[in-house]
Design a protein around this ligand. Structure first.
Ligand code: IFM
Length: 727
C-alpha cells in the first residue's frame, strides 16, 4: 500500500493553519467526531467533540446546535518540569526557551482512521524526548476512544509526567449548553464526568482510565467540581521508554437503562490497545473494500477522493444511532450541526451504493421524524409531510430566521430558507427511491420508505397552487439561494412533478406486491381517488418554465430579466461573488450560487430534455454560476462529464475533489463540507464513469479526464458487489 496515497500529512507544524488542520484531522466513528486539536492544547485552538444527535437550544440563541462535549483527548504533559507545548523557537533569543520543539510530524491515516503525531521535544534541563501520539475513535465499539502516548528518552534521563484530564468546563465558542457538569471517581481507577444539557436535558457520561506500561507505574487521582485528573510520573533512564494509554468511553442517555454503568462496563473491557486497534482496523477494512475509488494517473485526485470518502465514512451514523449527518459532519461548528438536503442527495448516495446499511440508517432518521414534517405542513396550511429545511434531533424546523450579526455594522440578514426552500421533501423521496432501486430492499420500502414518499407527495398535492396556467408554486427558494421569493423554480416544480409520478408508481407496486401495506397506507394517509386524480392533474399541468425559442429551461420566471453579470471575469477568487458585489446586487442579478437546473440534470438525466436542451441548459447556467456553495462544482463536473464537455468537467472535478484539502472556499475552519465530499464520489462514479442501471444490471459508460488512465470502484446492487474499471 502506498502510504502517501492513504494519508494526509502536516510537516512541519504550521501554527498559522491551526484551525484548518483541526478540521482536516478530525477522527470519528459514526457516533462521535473529534477535531484534530492537540492533546496538550494550543493558544487560540478550537477543540471540539460532537456526539451524533446531542443538540441543545441554549437560552437566547437563534437555534439549537450540536453540543461541544468534554475533550476526551486532553492531556497535560511535562518533561522534567517543563510543560510540553508546541513552541518552535525561543521567544527570547538571549534566554533558553521553556522547552523547544525540535521536530514534528502529524499524519492522518485514512485507511485505518488513526491520527498520529510525533514530536521531538527538549526540556529546559536539556533532556530530550520523542513523544508519539496515537488516537482513534473505535469503529468496533463506537463508544470507545483510545489514545497511546509513547515516550522515548533521546538525550539524558528525563522525568515524564502525564496527566489525563477530563475537563467539564466546555462551551460552544462561549455558548453554554451544559446545565450541570460533575466530576467524580467512579471506581478505583476511573475518572468520570456527568453532564446534563440545560435545555434538551441530555445526560452525557464520559469515563476514562489512564494505564501506564512501565515498571515504576504510579497514578494519582484528583478532582474538583467539574474536572478530573489521573496523573503519572515516570523517571526514565537513558534511552528508556514508557507507554501511556488513555481509554475513554462516552455514553448519552441512549444506551440501555443505565448509561453510566454501561460506560464503566465498556471501559473495563478495553484494556489492550493493540487488540482494540486491530478490531477497529478490521471494520475500516470492510468500509474501504467497497467504498474506495482508485484513480490511476492522478495522485492528487486519488488522495482527494480518499479524503472526502473518509469524511463521509466517519460521519455516517452506524446502525442503532438515531441521527443523520449535518452539513459540516461532526467536524466543526458550521451550520450548528444541522441536517439539510446535503444528506440525501450528496452524502447518502455513496453509502447507498456501497454500505446500504448506513444509508438505511439515515433514512430511518427521517422516518422517525415524520411527525415533525407533518407538524410543519400543518402549521403552514398544507397537508401531508413537509420536511424542515434544517433538521436536528426533534425533526422540527430549526432554520434560524436571522444570520449572526455581521461586522462592521452588526447587520443581520433575514433567512427565508426555513419557510420557503421546500424542495427538500422531494430530495428525501429521491434518496429513498434511489436506495430502493439499488438495494431492492422491499421490506424497508413497505415498512417505512413508502410512508415518507407518499405523505410528502400529499404535501406537494396541497402545495401546488391551481391557477389558469395549470399549477404553480410561487414564493419559493430553489437550490440557488441567491434568489429568494421566486415563482416556479424549475428544480422545485420539476422534482415535485417527478415525485408525484413516482408516488403513483409506488402505489401501483404496493397494490400488486404488498397489498396489506397498500390498504394500510391508503387509509392512514387518506389517499383517496380524488387525491390521486389531483396528483395526476398536477403532473400534467405544473408550470415548468421553458424558453421555446432558445430551447432551454428558465430557472424561474423572470430570471433572464435580471442583470447579467459575466461571472467568469471575476476569477480566480475564493468566495462567492456576493463578497464582491454585495447582497442586494447579487440578489438582483443572474448570478447563481450553485447548480440548480444543472443539479436537476444530474438527478434526472435525460428525463430533463433532449441533448440539445441539456447542452443549452448547461452552457447558460454554467457561465452564470459563481459556485458560492461548495455543493456546486461536483454537480457541474458530473453533468459536464455526461455531456462530454471534458475541459469543464476536469476543471470542476479538480475544484470539487480538493475543496477542503486546499481550503478553496476559505472556511474549512468551520468544518468539512460534507455535501461536497459526497458529491465528489458521485461526480466520479455517476459522472466520469457513467454508472447507471440498464436492463436490471449496473453498467458504466466512461468519459474520463484525459490524464486519468483508469478508475476502479465497487458498488452493491441488490446485495451483490460489482467491481468496475473504467478507462
Ligand atoms: O444545503 C446547503 C445549501 O444548499 C447551500 N447553503 C449551505 C447549505 C448547507 O450545506
Amino acid at each position: 500500500m502506498n502510504k502517501r496515497l492513504w494519508s494526509i500529512k502536516e510537516y512541519p507544524f504550521q501554527p498559522e493553519k491551526l484551525h484548518y488542520h483541526e478540521t482536516i484531522f478530525t477522527i470519528g466513528n459514526g457516533y462521535i467526531g473529534t477535531r484534530g486539536s492537540f492533546e496538550e492544547g494550543y493558544d487560540g485552538d478550537s477543540p471540539a467533540t460532537f456526539v451524533h444527535g446531542l443538540f441543545n437550544h441554549a437560552e437566547g440563541e437563534l437555534a439549537p446546535e450540536l453540543v461541544n462535549c468534554p475533550d476526551w483527548t486532553h492531556l497535560n504533559i511535562w518533561v522534567d518540569d517543563t510543560p510540553f507545548k508546541l513552541i518552535t523557537k525561543s521567544p527570547d533569543p538571549f534566554h533558553p526557551p521553556e522547552g523547544l520543539v525540535l521536530g514534528y510530524e502529524r499524519r492522518l491515516h485514512m485507511d485505518i482512521g488513526v491520527l498520529r503525531r510525533t514530536v521531538l521535544f527538549r526540556a529546559t534541563t536539556g533532556n530530550t524526548v520523542r513523544i508519539e501520539f496515537e488516537r482513534f475513535a473505535s469503529l468496533d465499539n463506537v463508544h470507545l476512544m483510545c489514545q497511546r502516548i509513547h515516550v522515548t528518552a533521546i538525550d539524558g534521563t528525563p522525568k515524564v509526567t502525564i496527566q489525563a484530564v477530563l475537563d467539564g468546563n466546555v462551551t460552544n465558542q462561549g455558548v453554554q449548553h451544559w446545565g450541570e457538569m460533575r466530576a467524580h471517581q467512579l471506581s478505583e481507577k476511573t475518572i468520570a464526568l456527568t453532564g446534563v444539557t440545560n435545555q434538551a436535558k441530555y445526560q452525557l457520561n464520559i469515563v476514562s482510565q489512564l494505564h501506564v506500561h512501565h515498571e515504576n507505574k504510579n497514578i494519582a487521582y484528583d478532582f474538583n467540581e467539574d474536572t478530573a485528573f489521573a496523573t503519572s510520573v515516570i523517571p526514565l533512564e537513558k534511552d528508556g521508554e514508557v507507554e501511556f494509554l488513555k481509554y475513554s468511553v462516552i455514553t448519552v442517555d441512549d444506551v440501555g437503562d443505565s448509561p453510566l454503568e454501561s460506560a464503566l462496563h465498556m471501559l473495563h473491557e478495553a484494556n489492550n490497545f493493540d487488540y482494540e486497534l486491530n478490531s477497529h482496523k478490521f471494520v475500516w477494512q470492510k468500509y474501504w473494500e467497497t467504498t474506495d475509488i482508485q484513480i490511476e494517473g492522478d495522485e492528487l485526485a486519488q488522495v482527494g477522493i480518499r479524503f472526502t470518502t473518509y469524511q463521509i465514512l466517519i460521519a455516517a451514523p452506524v446502525n442503532g444511532i438515531d441521527a443523520s449527518i449535518g452539513a459540516k459532519t461532526l467536524s466543526g461548528y458550521g451550520y450548528a450541526g444541522h441536517v439539510f438536503w446535503d444528506t440525501e442527495l450528496f452524502m447518502m448516495p455513496p453509502l447507498t451504493l456501497t454500505h446500504p446499511d448506513l444509508a438505511r440508517n439515515l433514512l430511518m432518521y427521517r422516518y422517525r421524524r415524520l411527525d415533525g414534517a407533518r407538524q410543519k405542513a400543518q402549521e403552514n396550511g398544507y397537508e401531508g409531510a413537509m420536511f424542515p429545511w434544517e433538521s436536528t434531533d426533534t425533526g422540527l424546523e430549526t432554520t434560524p430566521i436571522w444570520t449572526e450579526p455581521k461586522p462592521p455594522d452588526g447587520r443581520r440578514i433575514r433567512i427565508y430558507t426555513g419557510e420557503i426552500e421546500i424542495h427538500i421533501s422531494s430530495d428525501i423521496a429521491y434518496g429513498i427511491l434511489q436506495y430502493w432501486r439499488w438495494t431492492g430492499d422491499d421490506k424497508f420500502m413497505r415498512d417505512y420508505g413508502a410512508e415518507i414518499v407518499l405523505d410528502t407527495a400529499v404535501f406537494w398535492g396541497s402545495r401546488a397552487e391551481p391557477t389558469e396556467r395549470g399549477y404553480e408554486m410561487t414564493d419559493v427558494i430553489g437550490p440557488d439561494e441567491y434568489h429568494e421569493h421566486v415563482n416556479n423554480n424549475v428544480f422545485t416544480n420539476r422534482m415535485a412533478q417527478w415525485h408525484l409520478s413516482e408516488a403513483l408508481n409506488l402505489l401501483d407496486w404496493l397494490k400488486d406486491n404488498a397489498n396489506d401495506d397498500y390498504i394500510r397506507l391508503v387509509e392512514q394517509l387518506d389517499l383517496s381517488d380524488e387525491r390521486l386524480n389531483l396528483w395526476r392533474d398536477v403532473i400534467d399541468k405544473i408550470v415548468i418554465p421553458f424558453d421555446e425559442e432558445k430551447q432551454l429551461h428558465v430557472q424561474f420566471e423572470g430570471f433572464f430579466d435580471l442583470e447579467y453579470i459575466p461571472v467568469m471575469k471575476y476569477s480566480p477568487r475564493v468566495g462567492g461573488i456576493w463578497d464582491y458585489l454585495g447582497h442586494e446586487r447579487a440578489l438582483a442579478s443572474q448570478v447563481l450560487k450553485q447548480a440548480d437546473v444543472v443539479m436537476l440534470m444530474a438527478l434526472l438525466g435525460e428525463e430533463v430534455g433532449s441533448r440539445e436542451v441539456m447542452l443549452n441548459n448547461f452552457h447558460t447556467y454554467y457561465e452564470r454560476c459563481d459556485h458560492g456553495s461548495s455543493l456546486s462544482p461536483a454537480m457541474h463536473a458530473w453533468v459536464a462529464a455526461r455531456l462530454g464537455l471534458m475541459d469543464i468537467a476536469t476543471e470542476m472535478m479538480e475544484h470539487a475533489v480538493l475543496i477542503d484539502l486546499e481550503d478553496n472556499k476559505g472556511n474549512v475552519h468551520q468544518g468539512i463540507h460534507g455535501a461536497a465530499s459526497g458529491g465528489a464520489w458521485q461526480m466520479i462514479v455517476f459522472g466520469f464513469c457513467g454508472l447507471h442501471i440498464k436492463d436490471g444490471q449496473p453498467v458504466i459508460s466512461p468519459n474520463l479526464p484525459e490524464y486519468w488512465k483508469s478508475v476502479t470502484f465497487s458498488v452493491r446492487y441488490h446485495g451483490k458487489i460489482h467491481r468496475f474499471t473504467a478507462r
